[in-house]
Design a binder for this molecule. Structure first.
Ligand code: HSE
Length: 392
């Protein structure tokens, strides 16, 4: 099968390398503004004009690894409508335009796959879809951001400070171009949207799901967790209970009995719960050129070999009752740190200790949304604040 790659950065070049190990895949064209250093020998494959790809009838499939939303949205939609299959690793695009992409695929009778968009090298979305063939899913949750996991693991392990650990994750190619989306939880939010929509035939959007990241975590928080036997992770949670869908992204702390507590470096651990299968977890590298690149090519091979899931992705129809988020029933006990015992804070506090003017607290069980709103307020008024759900 002749294919093209749009965007030859960390993931695109990883896909190119993985394709060398696959039978029957020829990369005919690469869309990028410049030839990536080290790839001068294939400079003749490079083009900066999307029409060179669209008008090439030999190209049956296009890999999109550009990142961002607006330009890939236009290019991917064009490719799908022109009947070219698309594999994309672009979570921003899939999260923002899921329905539109499915419609374009249906119009062009083309296949759309996006396994690498959540979980990096892990075949999470592929298996999520597969699990649904003979099961009813009730929950998805997990560590889905390699950068945050790398940072938190370094802080726990060696007392590294936040900035140094982030710089290292950037150097290793785990972080986004602008790492704000990693550390503020937006990247995890996008993977939560994609996983939720796929798991529950939903059509939820990013603005419906409360999300908080780890940018305000301190060495003192980590010290507190270490001395109490807890490990901090950034988590996505999504579940259906009594026909209602809840979803949120937040830091959580885990005791040593949980698998999550043992996830190191850039790894992800993503879990589904099904009425038949029970709890099923997927572990592996959630970011990086080679792991994510091979996941792209796995999807390409599946399309080439005609591997179908229960239905093409574009056959999905969102169910009305799972297209809005109802978090009211989700109550958690939280760890939180602040320096300002206002009435609002005192009311939710169950226990606390004060060290040098900093309050280390355990909350009463409170609704998820209440804690997220408090964190947002503290950020707006520029007061130090960090919270983490105590995962039972
Ligand atoms: N920045 C992302 C992460 C890349 O760290 O997980 C993979 O989606």
């Amino acid at each position: 099968m002749k294919i093209a790659i749009m965007g030859f950065g960390i993931v695109g070049s990883g896909a190119y390398e993985a394709a060398k190990l696959a039978d029957g895949i020829e990369i005919k064209k690469i869309l990028d503004l410049r030839v990536r250093p080290g790839y001068e020998d294939i400079a003749d494959k490079f083009t900066s004009d999307i029409n060179d790809i669209i008008s090439d009838e030999e190209i049956e499939l296009v890999v999109e690894t550009m990142g961002g939303v607006d330009v890939p949205r236009e290019y991917v939609t064009k490719c799908l409508k022109a009947g070219k299959h698309v594999v994309t690793s672009n979570k921003n695009l899939v999260s923002a335009c899921y329905q539109e992409l499915n419609e374009a695929a249906a119009e062009g009778n083309a296949k759309l796959r996006f396994t690498p968009a959540a979980g990096g090298g892990i075949p999470w979305l592929f298996n999520l879809r597969r699990a649904k063939r003979c099961d009813v899913l009730t929950e998805v949750r997990g560590i889905v951001n390699g950068t945050c996991n790398y940072i938190l693991d370094s802080m726990h392990k060696s007392g590294a400070n936040f900035e140094d650990a982030l710089a290292e994750a950037q150097k290793l190619g785990y972080a986004e171009k602008d790492p704000t989306s990693d550390i503020e939880g937006t990247d995890t939010l996008r993977k939560c949207v994609i996983s939720t929509n796929l798991a529950f035939d939903a059509n939820v959007t990013e603005d419906q799901i409360p999300a908080c990241g780890i940018s305000s975590i301190s060495a003192e928080d980590i010290q507190f967790f270490n001395s109490n036997g807890y490990t901090c992770k950034l988590m996505m949670y999504s579940k259906v209970m009594d026909g209602k869908l809840s979803a949120y992204v937040e830091p959580a702390i885990f005791g040593p009995q949980h698998l999550e507590a043992n996830v190191k470096a850039n790894n992800n651990l993503i879990t589904l719960v099904g009425e038949n299968v029970g709890t099923l977890s997927f572990f592996g590298q959630g970011a990086g050129s080679a792991p994510t690149g091979q996941s792209v090519i796995q999807d390409v091979i599946d399309i080439k070999d005609g591997v179908e899931m229960n239905a093409p992705f574009h056959d999905y129809f969102p169910a009305a009752e799972t297209s809005f988020i109802a978090n009211e029933s989700q109550l958690h006990t939280y760890y939180f740190r602040h320096d300002h015992p206002s009435r609002m804070i005192t009311e939710i506090t169950d226990k606390f200790a004060v060290v040098d003017g900093t309050y280390y607290c355990i909350s009463k069980p409170i609704p998820v949304v209440e804690m997220h709103e408090l964190a947002k307020h503290m950020k707006q008024v520029e007061r130090p604040f960090f919270f983490a759900h105590i995962h039972e």
